[in-house]
Design a protein around this ligand. Structure first.
Ligand code: FAD
Length: 395
């Protein structure tokens, strides 16, 4: 059969999509795909959204994160703009309330090194269209009266990011868990996928223990930090020399601490260097975080927890009990190079959606919309010229 005709048939036959990973990224993609009329099954090795998406703080914070003129940084700005509608739609369809606060953020500089770093970032952020401005000390004291007087009486400077916000990621994924079955998505928890193997005209989704799980016309790889542990490249590479390999996912462990305070104790997010502290609408105060390359080790690093507590105490004394009552860790899906893998791989109906690192909660609606669009266009045979290249011929 003529190769062009063959691929046309593959495209037109695309109905069943397997999404590997039911974190916020995979679940959001599954929802959008179901809305487009695809028959979707989501697989997760553990419980629905039980990994990074349960551990994430939930800052929607291009102001704290975007530090280079790169596509992923532009995507964070677009994703932040999408969030109010995303939350409203999730709430309406699931009837589950989502804790979301458009609270803004203060970035503190306590010395000239801090200030120089903020100024360098500001230049990039202004070019990205992020709302950032200098803020007076009096205004900082008014917005965050809980700040230590040792800080506010001293010589400090600060930037104000009016658009930064926070969401409780557990509310987002709870809403998704409620509405996915209603949208017709099958959820298979505790079902680790070992490989997705191309069989000539469909994929076989295989588990390590139970053999073949199902057939799928298309696969979306969204297993966060675990994405590179799943065998999905071999078959896809056949006959595609020169195709860039998917970048490797790497777990980057981080800890958070939490306590309860009356709502309204802390207005905006407060940041200083690697520390951030914020309060949810419910009253929960969250502070984090650190970064460690220790594989998937789940033993908490109490020294890191104490450092987060100590730094928080220095800025906002008395808010967190001496031994923070709650702390946890999670594995950010790190990735070599900058920005996540959000693209089709090769010519096969296989899409990559992982490596969101520190911004997966923020980027989830953006990635979901993009992947659903790519798959919809692929199925319709109408990939527009401005879509990133998907085959060696395109490159
Ligand atoms: C401490 C911390 C703070 C963070 N703070 C923020 C923040 O403020 N803002 C922000 O935007 N982001 C934040 N992040 C990052 C964010 O949490 C992640 O980028 C995001 O959750 C990634 O979502 P995901 O769906 O790709 O991955 P995950 O939520 O990890 O989901 C991947 C899923 O794949 C499943 N899986 C693994 N192996 C297999 C397999 N073989 N078969 C099937 N399923 C499998 C896992 O069980 C998991 O449920 C933070 C992360 C951490 C750890």
């Amino acid at each position: 059969m003529d190769l062009k005709v063959f691929w046309k048939l593959i495209q037109q036959a695309l109905e069943r999509v397997a999404v590997i990973g039911a974190g916020i990224v995979g679940a959001s993609i599954a929802w959008r795909l179901a809305q487009c009329g695809f028959s979707v099954t989501v697989y997760d090795a553990g419980a629905f959204a039980g990994e990074a998406s349960a551990a994430g703080a939930g800052m929607l914070s291009p102001g704290g994160e975007a530090n280079q003129l790169a596509d992923w940084a532009r995507d964070t700005v677009e994703a932040r703009a999408m969030y109010p509608d995303f939350v409203a739609e999730l709430q309406d369809e699931s009837e589950h309330r989502i804790d979301f606060r458009a609270c803004g953020a203060i970035d503190l500089a306590l010395d000239s090194t801090d200030w120089d770093a903020l100024q360098r970032r500001r230049t990039v952020q202004e070019a990205l269209g992020i709302q950032v401005e200098g803020i007076s000390r009096a205004e900082v004291r008014r917005l965050a009266p809980a700040l230590s007087t040792a800080v506010t009486r001293g010589e400090f400077s600060a930037l104000w990011f009016a658009n930064d916000a926070v969401v409780n990621p557990r509310d987002v994924t709870r809403a998704l868990s409620l509405l996915l079955p209603r949208a017709g998505v099958a959820i298979r928890e505790h079902c680790p996928v070992a490989a997705c193997t191309w069989q000539g005209n469909h994929f076989e989704v295989r588990s390590a223990t139970a053999g073949p799980l199902s057939e799928a016309d298309a696969v979306v790889m969204a297993a966060g930090a675990w994405s590179s542990t799943i065998d999905f490249t071999q078959e896809s590479l056949t006959g595609m020399p020169g195709l860039p390999l998917p970048r490797k996912s790497v777990p980057i462990r981080g800890h958070l601490i939490q306590c309860e305070q009356p709502p309204g104790t802390l207005g905006p997010i407060v940041r200083h260097r690697h520390l951030y502290v914020f309060q949810r609408r419910s009253g929960s105060m969250v502070a984090g975080s650190n970064e460690e390359l220790v594989g998937f080790d789940r033993t908490p690093n109490l020294e890191a927890v104490n450092q987060i507590h100590g730094h928080t105490e220095q800025l906002l004394p008395g808010l967190f009990p001496p031994l923070s009552d709650t702390h946890w860790l999670g594995f950010r899906p790190g990735i070599g190079g900058s920005g996540p893998e959000v693209r089709q791989f090769g010519r096969l109906p296989l899409w990559l959606a992982y490596g969101h690192y520190r911004n997966g909660i923020l980027l989830a609606p953006h990635t979901a919309q993009r992947i659903a669009l790519y798959i919809k266009r692929f199925a319709a045979g109408t990939r527009p010229p401005n879509e990133p290249p998907v085959t060696p011929e395109d490159m």
